[in-house]
Ligand binder design. Structure first.
Ligand code: HEM
Length: 507
């Protein structure tokens, strides 16, 4: 009796699995996209078991060698196409309709709800418009002041370990500095993470980012399984998110009260970045902009605002940390590049290592620009961009089947010898020789492209420049400690740390 029941259930499950996959398998075959062999129901589950954050790019690279520019992987019923095909990059990123994030990013919903990073359609475009003024050059001027101040704090912290012998995991320093900058730019509050790393908001945010990034590559990524396979981690995540939300809610409430008071006593002045006086004096943060914004004359609720503030912090914190830490690491291994940056800094900013920096001086650091471009080519903080295609999508003669995820694997494109000769060599000069002009479209898009392109690119570039120049101005970087062991979670990091040594410059 039991045998019949089990066999019957299995046959039924296999038939159901075959039917739900058949359409996608047929259309992907027509697109010439194949992948490692699958078994009924579980798909490539067993292939997936051996993929770890540390071997992710090696494994994906091996599949590209076997199957060409695209291959398909079935995580049980979830169909994921990994691709380095620039034609597919162009179709996906230029599309104004295919804006849904890949299913794997649903793990972030606990934290980011339906804010700009997770939403699509009308809500996404309205929110994107609202947030845009936060990246106006006048706001960026003020953000550079915040960056300058906080990078100075980091330099003071680093002085204590700058003996030329101590190996320093620079990621740990940069991530606290980055958090100080992004929270002040987002909310106008100083969480002082570098001096008080145990402040509840700081601890909770670091913990949320850590837990979420660990979920991406294991069974915890399924919301329904997460509380079952890791109940304590699940409860921790919930508690940390609550801590963060209570803090953000308090800041939003206080700011709103000030605004209401200003309106009552007549001192309120709406934001107009075109107004020269207001713009120049402005100490606007994202929160100020969102508080004064409205959609169809409806002001945003506190919850709406919190969603966007959290999204801004999440999008800008670890990404910049990854970029800056990798840049300092490669510089520690390339003394000649370091010296050239130092010379450039002296030329643009003068001899006084403590003079404040401005946005226009940062923009004049052209060689440093090339160094950053080359760093994010070799070590892209966001190494994959994923979209979910909900329904069959006709592109010219071809159809991408619905219910499919497409992962654009930037990491492998950015190291492809077809586009970047001698791809594994760190060569900032390649950006001076106008290499970008000769590159095919979409071969270099570390900040994405199209309607969902990174909103914070200028902010990130100014922040990375401020931090790198501040460190190089004060210290000589030395090649100490274990080499990188690249690790992919949501951003690129290293499981061995991002290690360097520092020696105080004497002149
Ligand atoms: C090196 C640093 C950074 C890198 C490499 C980076 C990269 C990216 C990428 C690749 C995307 C697009 C994802 C997609 O197409 O689905 C993105 C989106 C976004 N980024 Fe960045 N980012 C960085 C820093 C920042 C910073 C500092 C901020 C804010 C201050 C920021 C704000 C955003 C926002 C709001 C989005 C969502 C845009 C949308 O969905 O419409 N990013 N970023």
């Amino acid at each position: 009796m039991w045998i019949f029941l089990i066999t019957g259930t299995l046959i039924w499950l296999m038939a159901w699995d075959h039917i739900r996959k058949r359409h996608r398998v047929t259309f992907l075959k027509r697109l010439n996209i194949s992948g490692p062999p699958i078994i009924p129901i579980l798909g490539n589950f067993f292939h997936g078991l051996i993929i770890t954050p540390e071997n992710f790019f090696q494994t994906v690279g091996d599949y590209f060698k076997r199957f060409g520019k695209s291959f398909v992987f079935w995580f049980v019923g979830e169909c994921v196409v990994f691709t380095t095909d620039l034609k597919l990059f162009e179709c996906i990123l230029n599309s104004s309709t295919q804006l849904e994030k890949a299913q794997v990013y649903q793990i972030l919903r606990h934290f980011l709800s339906d804010g700009i990073l997770m939403s699509s359609g009308i809500k996404w475009s309205a929110r994107r418009k609202l947030m845009a003024p936060a990246f106006h050059f006048k706001c960026l001027d003020h953000f550079v002041e915040i960056m300058d101040k906080n990078s100075g704090v980091m330099v003071e912290k680093l002085r204590k370990v700058a003996d030329g012998k101590t190996c320093v995991d620079i990621f740990k320093y940069v991530c606290l500095e980055s958090l100080d900058v992004i929270t002040e730019a987002a909310m106008g509050v100083q969480v002082n993470a570098q001096n008080v790393p145990n402040f509840p908001y700081t601890k909770a945010l670091r913990s949320v980012i850590y837990i979420e990034s660990q979920r991406i590559s294991n069974l915890r990524r399924y919301d329904w399984l997460f509380p079952l396979v890791a109940p304590l981690v699940y409860l921790r995540l919930k508690k940390d998110i609550r801590t963060m939300q209570e803090f953000s809610d308090k800041v939003i409430r206080e700011r709103r009260e000030i605004l209401v008071r200003e309106k009552a006593n007549g001192s309120y002045r709406p934001i107009n970045l075109g107004d020269a006086e207001i713009g120049q004096k402005s100490k606007l943060t994202l929160l100020d902009i969102l508080l004064q914004a409205s959609i169809n004359n409806h002001p945003l609720s506190d919850e709406d605002i919190r969603e966007e503030v959290d999204g801004f912090i999440f999008a800008g914190d670890d990404t910049t940390t990854s970029g800056v830490s990798h840049a300092l690491y490669v510089l520690s291994r390339h003394p000649e590049v370091q010296e050239r940056i130092y010379e450039e800094i002296l030329g643009v900013l003068g001899e006084d290592p403590d003079s404040p920096v401005t946005q226009s001086q940062l923009l004049d650091l052209k060689y440093l620009d090339c160094v950053i471009k080359e760093t994010v080519r070799l070590h892209p903080p966001v190494a994959l961009i994923g979209r979910y295609i909900p329904k069959d999508w006709q592109i010219g003669e071809q159809t991408i089947p619905g219910n499919t995820n497409i992962m654009l694997v930037l990491y492998n494109v950015l190291r492809d010898p077809e586009y970047f000769p001698d791809p594994l060599t760190f060569k900032p000069e390649r950006w001076m020789d106008g290499e970008k002009a000769s590159l095919p479209k979409f071969a270099y898009i570390p900040f994405s492209a199209g309607p969902k392109t990174c909103m914070g690119q200028k902010f990130a570039s100014l922040h990375m420049k401020t931090l790198i120049f501040k460190v190089i101005r004060h210290f000589e970087l030395l090649p100490l400690g274990e080499e990188l062991k690249t690790r992919y979670t949501i951003i690129l990091s290293s499981s061995s740390g991002i290690n360097i040594g520092l020696r105080l410059r004497t002149c």
